[in-house]
Design a protein around this ligand. Structure first.
Ligand code: SF4
Length: 63
């Protein structure tokens, strides 16, 4: 499972980090600093929660 963040859609709400924790690192302005990342085994549910929390629908989960 992978997380992919569309940086052009990200508006810096930081909701991904609030709901998905360290799977969703932020830059110093509160925007996602993620492009693509492999989700560690067992953390898929957290990854999905973080993605679902994004109000800009900027995050996709690739199975
Ligand atoms: S929740 Fe969405 S808009 Fe907000 S920082 Fe994360 S990716 Fe960007």
């Amino acid at each position: 499972v992978k997380i992919r963040v569309n940086g052009e859609m990200c508006q810096g709400h930081a909701a991904c980090h609030a709901h998905g924790g360290d799977l969703y690192p932020l830059d110093e302005f509160g925007y996602s600093s993620l492009d693509v990342a492999e989700v560690p085994a067992g953390m898929e549910e957290l990854a999905r929660r973080g993605a679902a929390a994004c109000p800009e629908m900027a995050i996709s989960i690739e199975e």
